[in-house]
Design a protein around this ligand. Structure first.
Ligand SMILES: NC(=O)c1ccc[n+]([C@@H]2O[C@H](COP(=O)([O-])OP(=O)(O)OC[C@H]3O[C@@H](n4cnc5c(N)ncnc54)[C@H](O)[C@@H]3O)[C@@H](O)[C@H]2O)c1
Length: 262
């Protein structure tokens, strides 16, 4: 059955891929992003890819008012939203002793509080309408294991929070027929990995990541965003009707492998 999906952070990377994959299945797609241009571009692409209908808006997931207004407007434009992917996120890394309180707060605010506000808004809209729904949040291996390179305590804490939140939210919302799950992407080739880089620095980082993925990830490469999108779409679909409070790991085997070679 086709659905109407709302995607935060839908203008880029995993969110954009989720929008396009939903579109290919004929779903109606609402795209929110704090970046207006990328939300509009992704909506145009989704329409070309076969979406039943598209709608987009500029919305910052840390701004409660903007988010509530966007959900209402999406419901009016497309009909009842019954699937939500909370993909908006940022990664700001710094060694712990040098990490500023501002950086810590910003990462927690977007990744964890933004996910809470998205899920709470969706839950209120669905409960008010007495409708079931399916929500997917985006966690990370850093919720479960430390990154060998370090420097990601804020990001890891935010994603650990998302994973705990998903389990708790699933229990609260189950009586209302609302499922809440997480997808856990490993290294995924999106603009997030190259934040602030261009020209030669971008190419050097690309080559470094490709090489690191070949050596460290059992499947020997990073994920294409569409591979993560398909996992998210499965959780959002009725195929996953008995799945809630779960994590679907999509990391090429990264977490299955011990870092020790001996
Ligand atoms: N790329 C990876 O390797 C990877 C791995 C694990 C988890 N993730 C998670 O996947 C999700 C998507 O990341 P991505 O890799 O596609 O990154 P991305 O940078 O390509 O996309 C993130 C999108 O979120 C939007 N965004 C950021 N802050 C926002 C805010 N406050 N309000 C609304 N939109 C906002 C950005 O404008 C961007 O369009 C994030 O939650 C990220 O933490 C990514």
């Amino acid at each position: 059955m086709t659905k109407t999906v709302l995607i935060t952070g839908g203008g880029s990377g995993i969110g954009r891929a989720t929008a396009l994959e939903a579109a290919r299945r004929g779903w109606a797609v609402a795209i929110l992003d704090r970046d207006a241009g990328s939300a509009e571009r992704a909506a145009d692409e989704a329409l070309l890819a076969g979406a039943r209908e598209v709608w987009s808006a500029t919305s910052d997931v840390t701004n409660e008012r903007e988010l509530v207004d966007a959900f209402r407007a999406a419901n009016t434009a497309l009909g009842p939203v019954d699937a939500v992917a909370a993909s908006a996120g940022i990664e700001l890394n710094s060694p712990l002793a040098q990490m500023s309180l501002d950086t810590w707060r910003r990462v927690l605010d977007v990744n964890l509080t933004g996910t809470f506000l998205t899920v709470r808004t969706a839950a209120r809209v669905l409960q008010d309408a007495g409708r079931p729904g399916s929500l997917v949040c985006v966690s990370s291996p850093s919720a479960f294991v430390g990154f060998a390179g370090g420097s990601n305590s804020a990001y890891g804490a935010s994603k650990g929070g998302v994973s705990a939140f998903v389990r708790a939210a699933a229990i609260d919302l189950a009586p209302h027929g609302i499922r809440v799950n997480a997808v856990v992407p490993g290294a995924t080739d999106t603009p997030m990995l190259y934040f602030g880089l261009d020209g030669e620095a971008l190419e050097t980082e690309r080559a470094r990541l490709r090489d690191a993925a070949a050596r460290q990830i059992p499947l020997g490469r990073m994920a294409d965003p569409v591979e993560v999108a398909r996992a998210a779409l499965w959780l959002l679909s009725d195929e996953a009707s008995y799945v809630t409070g779960s994590h679907l790991v999509c990391d090429g085997g990264l977490m299955a492998k011990s870092a020790n070679d001996f």
